[in-house]
Design a binder for this molecule. Structure first.
Ligand code: PMP
Length: 416
């Protein structure tokens, strides 16, 4: 990959900026092609899609439905009716919790892992509260790994739903979704996969994985904010009630009641984010133009370098890493396994101070609880700094990060 050329595609990363943007798990930067596609939509095709009978509205509808088809193809879904556009992964997961969740009863069990982002935890906790269903926890070990045994022991004959991220936004660890989905199905449960941190970084095929639902956000994969996706298996979506009610999601309305539109419109009430969908399609096209295999290979290489760099810094602890991992002890491939996400602490320094010092050096990292307080409690920390990479990051940025981090304790007044 010609990284210099790739970076020129991103207005925010080119044009003389020396910012090392290492907060890609929060949101990714946008290439010119995505910005142009959004602008083009508003300049040439803007009308309310799905309702007008005139040519301009038809153009808007076509652009929106082409985007749906692009997403279907990107994640290997069987039909475009199984792709529902939402605002983000959070809304997609809430849709499942409110809609599929309304089919649950008191005493049913919902299994979630302790590593989840709040977006894949609170909807289930609230659902349990509403229905009297019981939340069961799937534990991880000290390295953040969820074993098959741990998974099985959280399931019972009452389990109706299992919710789990493919990649953790704190540890970067990948769960064996294909195996876990199979076990969940054997137990009679549906499997909800949070793909917010996986879909942007690895080829995800919903049928190969065997998941019933997959949620992700456009903005973490170079698309715009405000567009997200819920994939759902058609037979499940068909029996689920609508989540939001209003325009464009009905078949017929009378004084007494209403019937619902066909999939996917049943779940897309109100004016849709057509420009966002068009921008997401442009992001998918951009991934293809760069080459998804290339993207994955480059992120693996950067991830290895980042792990080695971080592991060699005195007093720095990578969450979910063997205690005191020294540079020389880092196993080959251990970095790539983290999918470019590393959360860490530095002895004696608050993570917010780490982020502020790095910011002064022109490096953007996240610090805080990363919307995963149950995981941080489990790991015994209240806050951590996090570096998260994308294919457009450079080796030089990672080395700069290392240098800056080595100086943090000294700059906080420690002797070394
Ligand atoms: N799940 C995971 C694993 C995430 O990392 C995030 C975003 N931080 C979300 C869900 C929620 O994504 P969004 O804020 O785009 O809805």
């Amino acid at each position: 990959m010609d990284v210099k050329a790739v970076r020129r595609d991103f207005p925010l990363l080119s044009g003389g900026s020396s910012l090392a943007y290492l907060d890609n798990a929060a949101t990714a930067q946008k290439p010119e092609a995505v910005l142009r596609a959004i602008r083009d939509f508003y300049e040439t095709s803007n009308a309310n899609p799905l309702r007008g009978l005139y040519a301009l509205s038809q153009r808007a509808t076509d652009a929106y439905e082409e985007a749906r088809e692009a997403v279907r193809d990107f994640i290997g879904a069987g039909s475009a009716e199984e792709i529902i556009f939402t605002r983000n992964a959070t809304e997609s997961l809430n849709l499942v919790a409110y809609s599929y969740g309304s089919l649950l009863q008191a005493g049913d069990e919902i299994a979630v892992s302790v590593t989840e982002h709040h977006s894949n935890l609170l909807p289930w906790q609230q659902l349990a509260g509403r229905t009297g269903a019981v939340l069961r926890w799937i534990e991880c070990d000290a390295a953040g790994i969820i074993t098959e045994d741990a998974f099985r022991s959280a399931l019972s004959e009452r389990t109706r739903l299992v919710a789990m991220a493919q990649v953790s936004n704190v540890l970067g660890r990948e769960n064996d979704i294909r195996t876990f989905a199979r076990i969940a199905h054997e137990a009679g449960a549906v499997f909800v996969c949070d793909g917010a941190q996986s879909v942007p970084h690895m080829p995800v095929d919903v049928r190969a994985l065997g998941v019933d639902f997959l949620a992700f956000s456009g903005h973490k994969m170079c698309g715009p904010m405000g567009i997200g996706v819920l994939y759902g298996r058609r037979e499940l979506l068909e029996k689920m009630p609508p989540f939001l009610f209003g325009g464009e999601m009905i078949e017929y309305v009378t004084r007494e009641g209403a019937t619902w539109a066909e999939l996917p419109h049943k779940f897309e009430a109100g004016t849709v984010n057509a420009a966002g969908a068009v921008g997401l399609k442009a992001a998918i096209d951009y991934y293809r133009a760069v080459g998804f295999d290339e993207i994955v290979r480059r992120e693996e290489a950067l991830s290895e370098l980042a792990y080695r760099t971080l592991a060699g810094i005195p007093h720095l602890r990578i969450l979910g890493a063997p205690e005191g991992a020294e540079d020389s002890a880092v196993r080959e491939g251990a970095g790539a396994e983290r999918h470019g996400i590393f959360s860490f602490t530095l002895d004696g320094v608050h993570p917010h101070d780490i982020a502020e010092i790095l910011s002064a050096d022109g490096i953007a990292v996240r610090a805080g609880h990363h919307c995963a307080q149950v995981l941080l409690q489990h790991l015994g920390v209240s806050s951590a700094a996090r570096v998260s990479l994308a294919f457009y990051n450079t080796e030089e940025e990672i080395l700069r990060l290392g240098e800056s981090l080595r100086s943090v304790r000294r700059r906080m007044g420690y002797a070394e």
